[in-house]
Design a protein around this ligand. Structure first.
Ligand code: GDP
Ligand code: MG
Length: 603
């Protein structure tokens, strides 16, 4: 039986690329958790997409055994993603542990995201272990980074541990500090739990054979295989078909006790209602359920359609399964003329959108069309009615609108001081309000407010590019502010194409209109007749391009010759023209949407 004071549960938090996954590798080696021959770099990033991109998307728990002074300790590590769009993953992992290693790259120093995850960890009352990584690199600036950490954490300088995830230097010392400095698991008293058990669900997985698998942190009591249990939020009973721990592959165990991290196979196949943050207890429990997780609100919306309409049910099932572990993903059914049945989906940001659609493509073999993303707007109509709009084509006409609100974010940007001028200019272009500029060694921290709509307009890439990659950004949603925006429609052959509508700031109407019609003109195939491509906003045509029809008589190309051949061709042409008259419009194919939407991602 495990003694509580021999268990440590912790997470590694850091800005993206500061070396979380690599440091985890060294810990796994040192504790012989993974056999040498099975070891590979960033082994906890098991998803194909994670390995390709070199980023962590899903949290991954792993259990290690480590000997200190003749005593064996059980260490549960949860590796978490570093990118802002996945901070929901981090927030969930944090609730399952007592400590966090705050890892900072010695060559980059404290970054924007370091600060935001740190404040998250502090709010949850975690014990923080400051660690400087990549000390093997010649460019490592250990002293300066220590200065910053002492300032931010108000900790003694000697407490800061130096490691290299690459060479393994200092990692042993770090393991000992984890045992020494981090508290053992906080659990419920035995008297309170009695013969019951209580666990927090911090993640899900779906297996086609086994159904829902929950990742849990046991907070009190013992869970045994075969036991009857219940999701308290769902009020759904189930049997623990299998339980176990992470090594990091699932390893079957007989029981999980108070303080431990592990998994339960539930056999439940119905996925639509389960949520992370739920509490698992016995079926007749008198224990109060734990407070759940804060439900994050999606802020970026985009329609997703399956290219092959027959795969629509697969898309629905796939979204339901992904939402199990990721309740920040929202979706509702939607119907489009040219694109068919699809879903309006909500995301936490652009990377979240990109990763989810990529996972749908890979893990579920779906071919998808992803429409132009938009933020959601609160619109108050003249009659006083209020509406939430997250589809550009449904944005009301200006003449009906009293006032519009849009989401704003607050953001911290950290960069070397020499880029301050260029960054300030970029901020101006993106409608940002600068609240404060602090100096931080030879760097500046700029605190700003900005419309989310502008953040999505490629702001991050532009920031990286003007600062040669040195600026880092973290942001969080602040609330709604008044917006000066309007709807831009696209008409092709006098017909509005709702899938191409956009909500844009009034000041950009001319620019965007011309850009859209030019792009369409370059991509649309010519037809048998003349037609116009137009951009319309606030009741007027802002930009227009003419497309000339193809040559009227196909037989003009033939010299003299075979009259029957001419006849045949004329006959064919007549039929063609008749067919076109019948539909009376330019056929906007899926392919075309794909082309137009792809080239729009840059804007
Ligand atoms: P994560 O995003 O925080 O998980 O970072 P990774 O572990 O994926 O590491 C990011 C990059 O830094 C990879 O190319 C690693 O090889 C490299 N890296 C990580 N730790 C060290 C280190 O201690 N020294 C050096 N030189 N490179 C490192
Ligand atoms: Mg990683």
């Amino acid at each position: 039986m495990l003694k509580l004071d021999h268990i440590r549960n912790f997470s590694i938090i850091a800005h993206i690329d500061h070396g979380k996954s690599t440091l985890s590798d060294r810990m796994l080696e040192l504790t012989h958790t993974i056999e040498k021959r099975k070891m590979r770099e960033q082994v906890l990033d098991s998803m194909e997409l994670e390995r390709e991109r070199g980023i962590t998307i899903k949290m991954q728990p792993v259990r290690m055994a480590y000997n200190v002074g003749g005593d064996e300790y059980l260490l549960n590590l949860i590796d978490t993603p570093g990118h802002i769009d996945f901070s929901y993953e981090v927030s969930r992992a944090i609730r399952a542990v007592e400590g966090a290693i705050l890892l900072v790259d010695a060559t980059k120093g404290v970054q924007a995201q370091t600060l935001s995850v740190l404040s998250m960890a502090r709010e949850s009352g975690l014990t923080i272990l400051p660690v400087i990584n990549k000390i093997d690199l010649p460019a490592a600036n250990v002293d300066a980074v220590k200065d910053d950490l002492v300032k931010i954490l108000e900790c003694p300088r000697e407490d800061i541990i130096e490691v290299s995830g690459k060479t393994g230097e200092g990692v042993e010392k770090l393991m000992e500090e984890i045992v020494k400095k981090l508290p053992s698991p906080k659990v419920l008293d035995d008297e309170i739990v009695e013969n019951d058990s209580c666990s927090l669900v911090f993640d899900f997985e779906y297996s086609t054979h086994k159904g829902i698998i929950v990742y849990i942190r046991v907070l009190g009591g013992t869970i045994k295989k075969g036991e009857n249990l219940m999701f308290r939020g769902l009020s759904q009973k189930f049997v623990a078909l299998e339980i176990g721990t992470f090594s990091p592959e699932k390893k079957v165990a007989d029981q999980l006790t108070s303080g431990e991290i592990g998994y339960i196979v539930t056999g439940i196949k119905e996925t639509s209602r389960a949520t992370v943050g739920d509490t698992i207890t016995g079926p007749f429990s008198k224990l109060p359920p734990l407070s759940g997780y804060m439900q994050p609100k999606p802020v970026v919306w985009a329609s997703i359609y399956p290219e092959d309409q027959n795969t629509f049910p697969i898309l629905r099932q796939a979204l339901e399964r992904l939402r199990l572990a990721d309740s920040s993903l929202a979706f509702e059914e939607e119907l489009s003329g040219p694109l068919g049945r699809g879903f309006k989906c909500g995301f936490l940001g652009m990377l979240h959108l990109e990763i989810i659609t990529e996972r749908l493509r890979r893990e579920y073999n779906l071919s998808l069309i992803v429409a132009i993303p938009t933020v959601s707007f609160e619109v108050e109509l003249l009659g006083g009615k209020k509406e939430t709009i997250y589809s550009a084509s449904q944005f009301p006409d200006d003449s009906n609108i009293k006032i519009v609100y849009e989401p704003w974010v607050s953001a911290d940007i950290i960069m070397p001081s020499r880029y301050l001028g260029d960054v300030t200019q970029l901020l101006h272009v993106h409608e940002a309000e600068v609240l404060d500029i602090q100096t931080f060694g030879d760097r500046n921290v700029v605190k700003i407010l900005m419309p989310l709509r502008e953040l999505m307009r490629n702001f991050f890439d532009e920031l990286k590019s003007i600062s040669s990659g040195f600026a880092s950004l973290s942001y969080k949603l602040e609330g709604m502010k008044k917006a000066d925006v309007t709807r831009l429609d696209i008409l092709i052959a006098d017909e509005r194409i709702p899938e191409l509508s956009k909500i844009i700031p009034r000041r950009r109407v001319d620019h965007e209109s011309n850009e859209m019609v030019d792009r369409l003109k370059a991509n649309l195939p010519r037809q048998m007749f003349d037609f116009k491509i137009q951009a319309k906003s606030q009741g007027r045509i802002v930009a227009s391009r003419a497309m000339a029809g193809m040559k009227k008589d196909v037989t003009d190309y033939l010299y003299g010759g075979d009259i029957t051949r001419k006849m045949k061709l004329r006959e064919k042409q007549k039929k063609g023209k008749k067919r076109m008259k019948k539909t009376g419009k330019v056929n906007i194919t899926q392919d075309l949407f794909l082309k137009i939407m792809k080239s729009d991602q840059r804007n």
